[in-house]
Design a protein around this ligand. Structure first.
Ligand SMILES: [Zn+2]
Length: 87
């Protein structure tokens, strides 16, 4: 994928570019800063992160497992209190 610049602020040769939806709807290539401001998030239907490969000068897709943003959600324990102690 060849991207010249962030389509929002015009920054060139950003190390990371996000091809994703903006909060106003249309998709755009965004630098990380713009994605924080205007992006809709990452994931299917939201956005995909690309990293600049300096050897080829092209952006390559960053797999989810490398991106490291997949966090394990800890479930809050809500079953501690008895529902109806008197029956
Ligand atoms: Zn930008």
């Amino acid at each position: 994928m060849k991207v010249k610049a962030c389509q929002l602020c015009g920054a060139e040769r950003c190390e990371v570019i996000v091809d994703g939806a903006t909060r106003s709807g249309p998709w755009a290539y965004m630098c990380v800063d713009c994605h924080k401001e205007a992006g809709y998030g990452l994931g299917i239907g939201r956005g995909q992160m690309y990293k600049l490969d300096p050897t080829t000068n092209e952006y390559v897709r960053v797999p989810d497992e490398i991106r490291g943003t997949r966090q394990t959600v800890t479930q809050p324990s809500t079953n501690n209190a008895p529902l109806n102690p008197r029956g």
